[in-house]
Design a protein around this ligand. Structure first.
Ligand SMILES: Cc1cc2nc3c(=O)[nH]c(=O)nc-3n(C[C@H](O)[C@H](O)[C@H](O)COP(=O)(O)OP(=O)(O)OC[C@H]3O[C@@H](n4cnc5c(N)ncnc54)[C@H](O)[C@@H]3O)c2cc1C
Length: 380
């Protein structure tokens, strides 16, 4: 890809072919694919994530994507733990087991999420993407390029004003760049997760089970999974308006409710008290329409975010990061329909997710409560 006009427009600190905003799995996958496709890429993201990283179960389907990105070897030997599948007490008391061991891709992983995201970012930088610390502050359409203001200019490694032929929104659920271009993400509901990390108990890893567990309750559901360091993620998922009534924002109530479960409590027996803090995160599926337009594409959660029940957000982020990059490269090569086709594909994927999700929620019929009534009404 040739650099914009071959020169730096007045008022800009640097020129690039593609500016990628956000350095989560989607932004890094897009940057890697774009650099390998011959583009000059600047990757802009804050030095540290805005909130604690939640999302540690890596679906086995990530394997082939990581391989195509050239990072599978590093991820496979980076201290993550195998995930042999999941158990779900959903629709009945006894848990159903889903094993990934015999699936086409073998076991998944329980990630050290910060290490995983760092490995992807380092791979993107090693491939040639230029990392700039900062946030997107403004984006303006000029006749043949975008002018993007990020962070504070002037200091090595921090933002600046860039001229880019294409921009990629990989800023996660808030879709900060797409919003500035007039394409806000639409949420399906108000699903919310109240999550905590139980630190590894003294005396080594707490048990050897390596599966995730979901357990439904009258007000929503619990999810728990072991972390590679012997700690554990535990989260309660309900609707935002039900959090107050269930007092799930209160650590002691949250903990007492976890102790009152049938199966989750067995996974948390080594812990005597709740985590020091709980993180409240939006977990509703959402879709940005359109997810791409002339000169831009949204990827990952910024394009379409999935219900964490599916535990497929990272796979989707990697896949759409690569797809979005491919659409930009195709557009640059003269395929004028590539970005619109990508946007349609995102909408189709999202609708498919909503249909599968509606089926999943209808499988739980034990409670006639607001959380479940809302989901039983939805057809997807
Ligand atoms: C409660 C919960 C549990 C989950 N559990 C799982 C799970 O077990 N398995 C799974 O696969 N998925 C899970 N997910 C989903 C998964 O975490 C996301 O789908 C995934 O992180 C999306 O990657 P992303 O790169 O699109 O966005 P993110 O990972 O959110 O990255 C966004 C990036 O954009 C940057 N950024 C933000 N604002 C700006 C700005 N203005 N300018 C520049 N950069 C900016 C951020 O710093 C960050 O680098 C879960 C989600 C939730 C809410």
């Amino acid at each position: 890809m040739a650099a914009v006009n071959g020169g730096t427009p007045p008022g800009c600190d640097a020129v690039c072919d593609v500016l990628v905003a956000g350095a989560g799995p989607a932004g890094c996958a897009a940057a890697l694919a774009l650099v390998r496709g011959g583009a000059d890429v600047v990757l802009v993201a804050p030095a540290a994530p805005d909130r604690p990283r939640i999302g540690e179960s890596l679906d086995p389907a990530a394997g082939p994507l990581l391989e195509r990105l050239g990072v599978l070897g590093r991820i496979a030997h980076d201290g993550h733990a195998p995930c042999y599948g999941g158990r779900a007490a959903w629709g009945r008391d006894a848990p159903t087991e889903v094993s990934s061991v015999l699936g086409p891709y073998g076991p998944g992983l329980h990630l050290d999420r910060a290490r995983f995201d760092t490995a992807l970012l380092e791979a993107a930088e090693a491939a040639g993407a230029l990392r700039r610390t900062g946030r997107i502050r403004a984006v303006e359409r000029r006749p043949d390029h975008w002018r993007v203001a990020t962070g504070t200019a002037g200091t090595t490694g921090t933002g600046g004003t860039f001229s880019a032929r294409y921009v990629v929104d990989a800023t996660g659920r808030p879709a900060r760049l797409a919003r500035r271009l007039g394409a806000a993400p639409g949420r399906s509901d108000r699903l919310t997760a109240v999550a905590g990390i139980l630190a590894a108990p003294g005396g080594g890893p707490a048990g050897a089970e390596r599966t995730s567990l979901v357990e439904s309750t009258p007000w929503g559901w619990w999810y728990t999974a072991p972390l590679p360091d012997g700690g554990r993620v535990l989260m309660a998922v309900t609707d935002a308006d039900l959090v107050a009534g269930t007092l799930l924002y209160d650590r002691d109530v949250w903990w007492a409710r976890a102790q009152a479960t049938g199966h989750v409590r067995q996974r948390i027996t080594p812990w005597r008290e709740p985590p020091g803090q709980l993180d409240v995160a939006t977990a509703a599926p959402s879709c940005t329409r359109p997810a791409a337009g002339p000169g831009w594409a949204a990827v990952g959660d910024a394009a379409a975010a999935t219900d964490p029940l599916a535990a497929r957000g990272i796979v989707m982020a990697l896949a759409t990061g690569m797809e979005g990059a491919r659409a930009i490269l195709a557009d640059h090569a003269g395929d004028g329909g590539a970005l619109a086709a990508y946007a349609r594909r995102i909408t189709a994927l999202h609708e498919e997710h909503l249909r599968a999700r509606a089926v999943q929620y209808r499988r739980e019929q034990r409670w006639d409560t607001p959380f479940w009534r809302r989901r039983h009404r939805t057809t997807g």
